[in-house]
Every structure is written in structure tokens, then in C-alpha cells.
Design a protein around this ligand. Sequence first.
Ligand SMILES: Cc1ncc(COP(=O)(O)O)c(C=O)c1O
Length: 403
Amino acid sequence: MSDSQSWIDRGLTHVANTYGRYPLVAASGEGCWLTDVDGKRYLDFLAGVAVNSLGHCHPKVVAALQQQAATLLHCSNYFHIPQQIELAELLCQHSFGDRVFFCNSGAEANEAAMKLVRKYSAEQFGENRFEVITALASFHGRTIGTISATGQEKVKAGFAPMVPGFKYVPFGDIQALRTAINPNTCAIMLEPVQGEGGVNVPPAGYLQAVRELCDEKQLLLVFDEVQVGCGRTGTLFAYQHDNVEPDVMTLAKALAGGPPIGAMIAREKYAATLGPGTHGSTFGGNPLMTAAGLAAMKVMLEDGILENCVAMGDYLRQQLEALREKYPFILEVRGRGLIIGMELSIEGGEMVKTALQRGLLINCTVGKVLRFLPPLTVSKDEINQMLEILEGILVEYQEKNND
Ligand SMILES: Cc1ncc(COP(=O)(O)O)c(C=O)c1O
């Protein structure tokens, strides 16, 4: 039996069965490549679902972790933490924000954002103004609060009752948003590009119109950049494409180049509402994770990562567009930077499995959208290798269905 198979069999016994896992047992990673326990190499165009944006085991992130691990792992937020302070400074220097709350995941960052908007609104406008409008097809996490915020029924099934105070509108439809606002609304929370919902890019001018609506109605604007922040779209933060600044933004995934971290960034006016004792996290912002975050952010800002993301994103999109012209079952190619979706008229799950067998990691969202999320350090040669495997799969599908 292969090493992989014996791990898979063992995993079936004691690990919670909450993921439909593929038969790959991960052993090591370098750059765009993941190696399994049998030594098979995979070209990784999933990058831990947008976490490994600097590639696997970026040497500067690893060095920062090693050094920090040997110095201080954890101490508690009862005390001041230099790495946390420096990372907060860097994030605020490069964003609209004034203050950062650190946590450990995207869902936690969104929980912090939802607590902030409720508390601010209660203090300013009274107790009943707590409703948050989010988008259909959004994804904000897996806690009870964030599944309540998520505009997809499938994540809620079996977990009723939901947390009250959420309304959902079609993404990109400003009129629907305007209509949904009522005297209880306190905030609008959106992903600037929807990730899990199928790589949905809003129409031009939409985010600006949302900002204006928030200003007009005195609502807070929250951008969930857990998936599309930290360089993924070719700018440090996705909101920078639209020249629209939110009041609150959430980050996680790529922020520390691999290790778990989350952050909620807010303008001072709003951040001030979360004073001592109102929110917290044991591990949030600990020395180890914020040392990694600091190293990862510096690489992102100083090592040409964003430039490569833009150039490789353009190249990958052009090549995928060329495939769309050849294969009628490819309906659309869309995205920004290096989050790209290829919408099919057919289910994409089998193609993902075939790609895995052939040494390529991609994924499929909402059943029919193949999603490409390579490290932002990906090279043209690696994109070409990916395209060769992908086209092999597309050709076979075409031939089988023409018979
Ligand atoms: C936009 C968005 N928000 C929140 C989350 C939840 O993040 P986490 O899994 O770290 O809790 C995700 C995860 O995919 C996401 O894509």
C-alpha cells in the first residue's frame, strides 16, 4: 500500500469528516509546487485557497518564523507585543485604516467587524439599528455569526436558528441595495470580488455607488478582503481598484504567507467603539504569527509580488480566453489579478479530479466555475505547464462528448 493510502485510511477514523478531501497527502512545498508523501509533485494553482500567495515556504517567512519561534512563541494580549505593533503600523500605513484587531482566521475577523458595526450603531443611533446587508452568493465564514451573514443557503442547512439581523441582495445591483435599506440597517458588508460564490467581479461603478449610499444613509461599509486582499487582485487591497475606501476591512488567508492569522482594520472613528474588555482573542496577534505577517507583508511590498501578479494575471487570463474561444462549453473567463474563474456550462468537479491525477491542483466553486488561485510568484513557464494539463483535459472532454 502507498504511504498516501495508509494515511488516508487512518484519517478516516479519528479526523472529523467535515471536508470532502481529495486523495492527496501533503508532505512538503516549495514555491508553486506541493509534494505528497509518495514523492509525487503537484503544480499548485490553488495555493491553500489563496493562503500561500508568496508560494510555499517563502524563505523570508520561514526565517522570521524560525527566529521568532526560538525567541518568544506566545505571551498574551495582557502585554504589548512589538511584532503586533509593527504589523499594525504597516497595515495602517498602506491602507485607509487607523487601527487593527488581530485574530486567527477570516471568520473571526468578520465576527469582529460585525461586533464593531453593531456596537457603533447602537451607541450612535440606538439599540434597534443592528441589521447588516450582505450579498447573495457571498461567503463570510463558518461560525454561527458568519454563516448567518453568508448569502448562501447551503452553509446554513441544519444549523438553525441563524443570528438575526442580516438581509441579502444580489451582488452588483445597487437598486436592490437601496431598496433593502431600512431604519434598522447599520452596515453593508461585501467582498469586493466574490471568491467562493464563483469569482464574481462587480460591475464598474458599483462599489462607488455603494460607498455613496453608505454615506447618504450613515451606514458603515465593510469589505471582506479575506480572500482577495493581500495582493491577490494585483493591488495590495482589492478596494484600491475601485478607488473606494471602506470603513472596516477584514483580512486573513495570505496575510502571514501561510500561518493562521486574521485582522480587522478600521478607521479610528469606528475602532474607538471597541474599548478594553469589548473583544479579544487568546492567540490573536501573537508574536509568532505577527512576525510571519510582518515578513510576508514586507515581501509583498518590496519584492515585486504585485507587479508579477498583474503581469501573470493578464497572461493567464489571455490564455484562458483563448481556450474559451476554442471550447464551446467554456462560457466565461473572469477575475482580477490572480483570482480567475472559468465558468463552464457543465459540472467542473470531474475535471478537478482528473487534473489532480495529472499533477495539477485547481478547484471548482458553485459546481461550474473552475477557480485559479496560484501563488502570486507564479512564473510564465509554470502557467504554461498548467495550461498544457488543462487543455489536455478540455480536449478529452470535447472528444468524448462529440462521439
Ligand atoms: C471572503 C471570505 N471571507 C471569510 C472566509 C472565512 O475565512 P476562514 O476560513 O479563515 O475562517 C473566507 C474563506 O474562504 C472567505 O473566502
